[in-house]
Design a protein. Structure first.
Length: 105
């Protein structure tokens, strides 16, 4: 009886340890900017994270984004103005496509 309780305790501890070290799958935020040469960087901001990625040929992809809600900011070149998109939601291991963001002068 004592051996069975000890075995159950060991198995329970091992199982709990497996769940304690489960990795978080990160996602990404991607999209395009129009005009293609009008912006420099894309920024993703949350309460606990700030991430950025360059904009190349009008496209960007911010990788290794933890799940949560973000504010996306497109850093524009003059004469264009920076653009922001609120409520960009990232899920575990999934890409979030924000589509095309049009810059204004």
């Amino acid at each position: 009886m004592k051996k069975m309780k000890l075995t159950a305790l060991v198995l329970g501890t091992m199982t709990a340890g497996l769940f304690a070290f489960t990795a978080i799958d990160t996602g990404s935020i991607k999209g395009t900017v129009s005009p293609a040469d009008g912006a420099v960087q894309a920024w993703a901001l949350s309460a606990s994270d700030t991430l950025k990625a360059p904009i190349n040929n009008g496209a960007f992809s911010i990788d290794n984004v933890k799940p949560g809600d973000y504010r996306l900011i497109i850093e524009a070149k003059p004469p264009y103005k920076n653009q922001a998109k609120e409520g960009v939601s990232v899920k575990d291991g999934a890409p979030t496509d924000v589509g095309e963001i049009k810059l204004e002068k």
